[in-house]
Design a protein around this ligand. Structure first.
Ligand code: SAH
Length: 253
């Protein structure tokens, strides 16, 4: 099995494929100003198996287009949507986030939790902006330094994994320079990492390793996650995901 298939296998049964939580998705909806008063069209990009998609579909009067490049995740999302009675509000699109099939100015909001890093935050917010209607909402969570400096081993790890990791001030500046007005920001609390993501993943390790024994590749996947979890546990005061809410604005003339 190749590495991507192993990652799919490790993560497909999870509620979320990255740090987050239902209450935090709701907090972001509240900060965004989106409400049931409007009929909305929203894209959820890098939706995984749809944790945030289901909250958006449940809480808003919206048609959600859930986009991911892994069709296995979208299959799970569709069955979760059906179980929740929300299937008629959700369409799935199997596409890469750097080749989105939307018309210009066609979306009221773009949602993306723990996913834009795959094409880089700045690249992503630039590429996605044309699809938003004027005044449309961008809601993205993104790996964020919580302080101006941090322990060297943490910095080394994340700068290797994701060179664009930065402080909230730097992320807000990227938004401001790319045609957005920031309207909200908050930090995902620790339970989003531990209860929402890492602890359930740790519980899946034994069965995952047993399914793929004797696979060095599977052991390497687990070892990488164990290392990341250990770093998070020891240095959680310095790093989290920031949730950024911004409105598309026209450049000043
Ligand atoms: N938003 C979900 C999933 C986050 S994990 C959650 O919070 O639970 C990141 C997701 O991005 C995965 O589902 C992965 O398949 C998807 N992804 C990664 N690269 C992508 C790309 N280039 N285009 C579309 N989706 C991508």
């Amino acid at each position: 099995m190749d590495d991507l298939s192993l990652l799919i296998d490790l993560h497909i049964s999870a509620d979320r494929q990255g740090p987050g939580g239902t209450a935090e998705t709701r907090r972001a909806i509240e900060l965004s100003g989106l409400s049931r008063r409007q009929k909305l069209k929203i894209a959820d990009i890098g939706c995984g198996t749809g944790a945030s998609t289901l909250v958006l579909a449940h809480d808003l009067d919206a048609r959600i287009v859930a986009v991911d490049f892994l069709s296995d995740f979208l299959d799970v999302l569709r069955s979760r949507a059906a179980q929740a009675g929300l299937a008629d509000r959700i369409d799935t699109v199997n596409a890469s986030m750097d080749k989105l099939p939307f018309d210009a100015d066609s979306l009221d909001a773009i949602w993306s939790e723990g996913a834009v890093y795959n094409i880089g935050f700045e690249n992503g917010v630039k590429m996605w902006r044309p699809f938003l209607r004027p005044g449309g909402i961008l809601a993205v969570s993104e790996l964020t330094w919580l302080t101006a400096s941090r322990p060297a081993e943490l910095e080394d790890h994340w700068c290797r994994q994701y060179p664009e990791v930065g402080t909230a001030a730097s992320k807000l500046a990227v938004l401001e320079h790319n045609g957005y007005a920031p309207i909200g920001y908050f930090v995902l609390p620790e339970h989003c990492w531990l209860d929402g993501y890492y602890r359930p993943m740790q519980q899946r390790f034994p069965a995952f390793l047993a399914r793929h024994a004797p696979s060095d590749a599977a052991r390497a996947v687990v070892a990488a996650e164990v290392l990341e979890i250990d770093l998070y546990e020891r240095h959680r005061a310095f790093v989290s995901y920031g949730f950024y809410l911004a409105r598309k604005v026209d450049a000043a003339s």
